[in-house]
Design a protein around this ligand. Structure first.
Ligand SMILES: Cc1cc2nc3c(=O)[nH]c(=O)nc-3n(C[C@H](O)[C@H](O)[C@H](O)COP(=O)(O)OP(=O)(O)OC[C@H]3O[C@@H](n4cnc5c(N)ncnc54)[C@H](O)[C@@H]3O)c2cc1C
Length: 404
């Protein structure tokens, strides 16, 4: 039997994770990445327990993870002045374990996944922009990917295509033209700042139409984000001055962190999502993963972790099962049945979280929300998060673990 061939469109978190997992199941795997260099854009990313489980399943060991990540814990939510709204108790080992997460500088996560892909024998083509996809049919026509490398047009045939090309996915546009990202109503400043002294635990502050968060991503770097309501595509002359002024009335540590940020290290992106996600994560011989399938609001901090889960799942449930003689159509159907309800539920929670957190208006709404949440025991928050962060990677053989 010939070696099965996979083409992964997009070399971000979901694409590289998918490629590693497929190659480890014996697939000849190529990643087509539009960017010409390795300049992965981004600041920090919080990866909770489910993402860590996925990294382990991709073969990254504790030593490798310790080199790229800063383990820390989530502390809960504070008001604009830093007063507790709902804090997670950190005096119990069991609770601490449940809220432990990895603080990562995105480019280090990306570099580690790229190394894992190369070690697994994946071929990664950069400056390879996908322009069209024909999905083919399981058991029938192969899938075809059209792409441009420099000035040349190419067409690649594969047994399986993974659509991992992010928020503005060309694969999604070709196969699900009705599904388009929607502006969330918020924009987000982000930066990584040199620092060795601040509290590195994930700390989130809520105020009228805004959220500010901080987290350590290495022994010498803090990540922060400032997520605020704003018109789509707003143009700002001086981003640094605008960020300082937007959070000027908030807790002093917030202003200090923004002031310590070199203006050229500050980035801002409008935040989009794909409400409800795709109606199916599968079309013909194509599996959709990551933001291309289910871009969620960042308010649950689950985008990277679910992208990693997707990668492991496509590798094991599709790649692994087909390598063991299952037919592609039923393997893809199982992938869809396992991934879609979980990712949809997480994205719905992110919307809910935004409604009561970052997006909530000012005045009495803030006092009411804060007052009610101050009566909720922190452990309730831990229990609610547990169904998301506890995740067991599926196996290529046998039944699939059931998750919320
Ligand atoms: C403001 C903000 C804050 C966030 N914070 C967090 C956080 O704290 N924790 C968290 O887990 N998640 C966070 N996320 C979400 C997270 O960044 C994404 O969910 C995650 O990056 C999705 O990975 P992906 O691989 O699907 O997409 P991407 O990382 O976007 O990768 C897609 C890749 O496809 C490539 N590509 C695109 N089009 C083509 C094409 N036509 N041909 C070839 N290649 C193509 C791109 O160049 C890119 O490399 C945040 C997102 C935002 C916007």
């Amino acid at each position: 039997m010939r070696e099965p061939v996979a083409t992964v469109v997009g070399g971000g978190i979901a694409g590289l994770a998918s490629a590693v997992a497929l190659a480890r199941e014996g697939w000849r795997t190529t990643v087509l990445e539009r960017r010409a260099g390795d300049a992965e854009v981004g600041a920090g990313v919080a990866v909770p327990g489910n993402g860590l489980a996925a990294l382990h399943a991709l073969g990254l060991d504790d030593e490798c993870i310790a080199e790229i990540a800063h383990p820390t814990t989530a502390t809960g939510f504070r008001d604009t002045l830093g007063r507790p709204i709902l804090l997670i108790p950190d005096d119990r080992a069991q609770v601490r374990a449940a809220v432990t997460l990895l603080g990562l500088y995105r480019r280090r996560l990306h570099a580690a996944l790229l190394r894992a892909a190369e070690e697994a024998g994946v071929s990664v083509a950069s400056d390879a922009r996908v322009t069209g996809v024909l999905p083919g049919t399981p058991g029938g026509d192969l899938a075809q990917v059209e792409w441009r490398g420099g000035d040349l047009a190419h067409r690649t045939e594969s047994d399986l295509v993974v659509g991992a090309d992010g928020m503005w996915s060309a694969v999604r546009t070709a196969l699900f033209p009705g599904a388009r990202p929607l502006y969330s109503g918020s924009t987000s400043w982000r930066a990584v700042v040199p620092d060795t002294v601040r509290d590195g635990r994930l700390t989130e502050y809520w105020g009228p139409g805004a959220e500010f968060g901080t987290m350590r991503v290495s022994a010498s770097e803090m990540y922060w984000y400032g997520y605020v309501r704003a018109p789509e595509g707003a143009v700002v002359d001086d981003e640094h001055a605008m960020a300082r002024s937007r959070f000027a009335q908030w807790a002093p540590e917030i202003g200090e962190l923004i002031a310590d940020t070199a203006p050229d290290r500050l980035m801002r992106h409008d935040v989009y999502h794909l409400p409800g996600g795709l109606p199916s994560y599968v079309r013909g011989r194509v599996a959709m993963v990551g933001d291309a399938a289910h871009a969620a609001l960042p308010t649950m901090g689950q985008g990277a972790a679910t992208a990693l889960e997707d990668g492991v799942s496509v590798g094991r449930l599709v790649g692994g099962r087909v390598a063991r003689g299952h037919d592609l159509g039923s393997a893809l159907a199982e992938f869809d049945a396992v991934r879609r309800p979980r990712c949809r539920a997480i994205a719905a929670r992110a919307v809910h979280m935004a409604r009561f957190g970052a997006d909530l208006g000012g005045g009495w709404r803030q006092s009411l929300r804060n007052g009610v949440l101050r009566m909720v025991p922190g452990e309730a928050l831990v229990r609610a998060g547990f169904s998301v962060t506890e995740w067991t990677p599926p196996s290529a053989i046998g039944p699939v673990p059931v998750h919320a």
